[in-house]
Structure formats: C-alpha cells, structure tokens
Design a binder for this molecule. Structure first.
Ligand code: SAH
Ligand code: AVI
Length: 334
C-alpha cells in the first residue's frame, strides 16, 4: 500500500511514496524459498541493491573495465539537446533511477529548453530515491520530484498520471537483467506509461568481443565479485540466514548462444546454511552454482523486435563510435 510521508500540498517540491512496507521482505522470502530449493539455484538481481549493494554498484560504474556507464553518459552528453527538442518533455520518469548521476545531463537539457517541470524516480532502494530527490530540488529550482519507492515489476501503476509530454527513461542497460520473456512483458507495462506523443529512452548494452564483456563483469579489483556476494549478506540480514559469503566464488561468463553474461556464485565446498526466518536449510554441493544475474547484450534487431512485441516503434538509435552501447528512442506504435 502506498504511504505518503507527511503532507504534500501542491507547493511542496518533494513527494515520496513507498510501496514496499515489508512486502520487500516477503518478496525476498518468496524468492529464496522458490530459488534456493530448485535443482538449478537462482535469485533475481533486484536483491543486490541494499545500501551497500548500491554503493558497490556505484564503484562498478567507475571501473575502467565497466565501459557501460561512461559510454552512455557520453552519448547522453552529445545528444541531450536533440532529445529535449524532440520530446519537449515536461517530465522525466526514470525506472531504476539509482543516484540519477547521468540523468542530470538530460535534466540540464530539458531545463535549458524551458520545459522541465517534474522528475519521477522509481527505485527499490529507499535511500536512493530520497537522496536524489533532496539533491535535485536544490540543483534545479522550480523542479518537483515525485519519488516512488517500489519494485518496478510490481508497482508501475503507482507512477503518477502524466502532467504533459513525458519521457520514460530506463538507463544503464538494466533491461538486459530481464530474461527474454519477462523483458517483453515488462516493456509492454512500460508502454502503458506512455501517451501517443511520449517517448521511451532505453539504454542497452550491445553484443561485442566476449573478452571485453568478460572483463566488465570480472574486474581486476574484485568489486563485481563483492557486489555479487552482497546478495548473500542481504539474505543473511533480512532472513536471519547463516551463509558465509567467502564460501562462494564469483563467476562471470559470457553465454555465446544466448548472448548474455551470467553471474553466478559457486560454492567452494559442500555446505548447508540455515535460513531461520524460513525455518529451512539450504544445501550446496561443492562446486554447485547459484545464478544471481543475467545481463543480456543486444543487437539492433533484438531490441527492435522486443520493442515491437511490446507495441513500440524504435525511432532513433544513438550509439558511440565503437558501438559499445545504445541509447534507443521509441514511441507507442501507431
Ligand atoms: N539507472 C542507473 C542505475 C542502474 S543500477 C544507471 O544507469 O547507472 C540498477 C538500479 O535499478 C539500482 O538503483 C536498483 O536499486 C534498481 N532496481 C533493480 N531492480 C529493481 C526493481 N525490481 N525495482 C525497482 N528498482 C530496481
Ligand atoms: C544494473 N545492470 C545493468 C548491471 C549490468 O551490467 O547488468 C548490473 C551489474 N552486474 C554486474 N555489474 C553490473
């Protein structure tokens, strides 16, 4: 249930709604119960992002091997004015907004064009939504922020009704973290946030040399390995479990058939860990793996196909000279 934190008369620049209210614990419990009792163990990647996981992700974005963030930022810097003119957007809805670091490039352009009125960040990490709302109303006088703390797979209906031309942004390549079937379903849900004149700005990582991909997910400083193991720390804290994250080795491999990266945690020894909140024990054989994330890589055909299946038409394909990453623009199909 949505809980509005404090009164929010029209003159208040910040309004934050939380839709988690303990349901995030339930969702983790369900995912652990379901994902850790299967023959091939799996957890969804959204559970990486407690505040430590969000910090680790920020560190990943600064790594030399992780080209995605700086490449997307450069594309945005080069094309933001064009996007502002194309969309004439009053508002920017951002899914998985994080620290909104790159978003500022777009907000700057919309402000310079004189159209910017409202920013709507949607993220499962409460501290991210609150922190960026406070920072942005300081940085952009006159901007209102309507933050939605929630799971974008369950709570998109709580995104407020559009107040004018809208951009929905889903940056960073997070669309690649969905498996193909749910990716199309999710894009269809996103389409429901768009009116006929609105635009979707979707960042996606492109297929490339597997060695470049491998290095991006297995960096030399071991930050990605820590990010990967963080999911076990989250399970320990939230569900009173007794995993020792050091019992697990970080594995990142490029699946050439599916053209996606898989991150896994591989048990270094046979072990059994109690999960007290669920009154259960989880057994791993030595070498057994838990899949923690897929990160799909795209070609133009793949993304266009996914968008078309979700009722959207690709209109612009903005990429860097090395074609590492794309910022795609699409609209509801006529
Ligand atoms: N958009 C930022 C952050 C990407 S990291 C960038 O481009 O750098 C992915 C973000 O999505 C994190 O902030 C994480 O908290 C959020 N996230 C992941 N799964 C989510 C879910 N199911 N619902 C809402 N937010 C989610
Ligand atoms: C958020 N998402 C797009 C990142 C990715 O590249 O798939 C998460 C990540 N996993 C390992 N490094 C970064």
């Amino acid at each position: 249930m949505g809980v509005q934190q404090g009164p929010a008369p029209a003159c208040q620049p910040i309004r934050i709604e939380s839709h988690l209210d303990g349901s995030s614990d339930r969702s983790l419990a369900e995912d652990v119960l379901d994902g850790l009792t299967r023959p091939f163990k799996e957890l969804p990647p959204k559970h990486f992002y407690d505040s430590r996981g969000a910090d680790l992700f920020d560190q990943i974005c600064e790594l030399p091997e992780y080209y995605q963030t700086r490449t997307e930022r450069t594309i945005l810097e080069e094309r933001a004015d064009e996007l502002a003119e194309l969309t004439a957007a009053n508002e920017l809805v951002e899914l998985g907004s994080g620290t909104a670091a790159k978003t500022r490039v777009l907000l700057d352009a919309l402000q310079a064009a004189g159209t910017l009125e409202r920013y709507v960040p949607v993220d499962v990490t409460e501290s991210m939504v609150r922190g960026c709302a406070e920072a942005l109303v300081e940085e952009y006088p006159g901007l209102t922020v309507h933050g939605v703390i929630g799971d974008f797979e369950r709570h998109l209906a709580h995104v407020p009704v559009a107040q004018g031309p809208r951009i929905v942004a889903f940056l960073g390549g997070t669309i690649g973290n969905f498996p193909p079937g749910s990716r199309r379903r999710f894009l269809r849900e996103i389409g429901r946030l768009l009116g006929p004149e609105d635009h979707l700005l979707l960042g996606a990582d492109l297929v490339k040399d597997p060695r470049v991909l491998q290095a991006a997910y297995d960096d030399s400083r071991g930050v990605t390995a820590e990010f990967n193991r963080n999911v076990l720390r989250v399970v320990n804290r939230e569900l009173q479990a007794e995993f020792d994250p050091e019992d697990f080795e970080h594995v990142a491999l490029f699946d050439e058939h599916h053209e996606w990266i898989e991150m896994r945690l591989r048990a270094r020894r046979e072990l059994t860990a109690r999960v007290s909140a669920l009154d259960m024990c989880v057994h791993f054989d030595a070498g057994e793996e838990l899949r923690t994330e897929i990160s799909a890589k795209f070609t133009r055909e793949r993304l266009q196909g996914d968008l078309a299946a979700a009722g959207m038409e690709l209109t612009h394909w903005l990429t860097d000279p090395d074609e590492l990453f794309v910022l795609s623009v699409s609209r509801p199909a006529a």
